[in-house]
Ligand binder design. Structure first.
Ligand SMILES: [Zn+2]
Length: 116
């Protein structure tokens, strides 16, 4: 049995697969080759070790704003430290907003050093 799934809306397709077993349609399927995109950049460029996560406070806009518990990635061998991708996006977005609010201020951010 061949089903014209291409004519279905997403909702119809979802309803269809909620009540049908894809194993019944394997014979109608054709193998496809897929190419995987680049892996997430979660390795240290120096030693190749997987980067670990930790959470720190980050100051932006010259200390005007402190972001609490921002995730950063670090190599356990101490080679690199950088903000996690979602944290980079957050910092960029906030810096852009702060730049609009007070033009001329440096957008540079720095980590708040831990006090021990
Ligand atoms: Zn490393």
């Amino acid at each position: 049995m061949m089903v014209e799934r291409a004519d279905m809306t997403r909702e119809e397709e979802a309803a269809f697969w909620a009540t049908h077993d894809s194993a019944d349609y394997w014979d109608d399927s054709e193998p496809v080759e897929i190419e995987l995109g680049p892996r997430p950049d979660n390795r240290c460029p120096v030693c190749g070790g997987v980067l670990l996560s930790r959470y720190r406070d980050v100051e932006i806009a010259g200390g005007q704003v402190v972001l609490r518990e921002v995730r950063e990635l670090y190599c356990r061998e101490g080679h690199i430290v950088r903000l996690a991708p979602e944290a980079q996006r957050l910092v960029k977005a906030l810096e852009a907003v702060l730049q609009l609010a007070s033009p001329g201020r440096s957008p540079a951010f720095r980590r708040v050093e831990e006090t021990t």
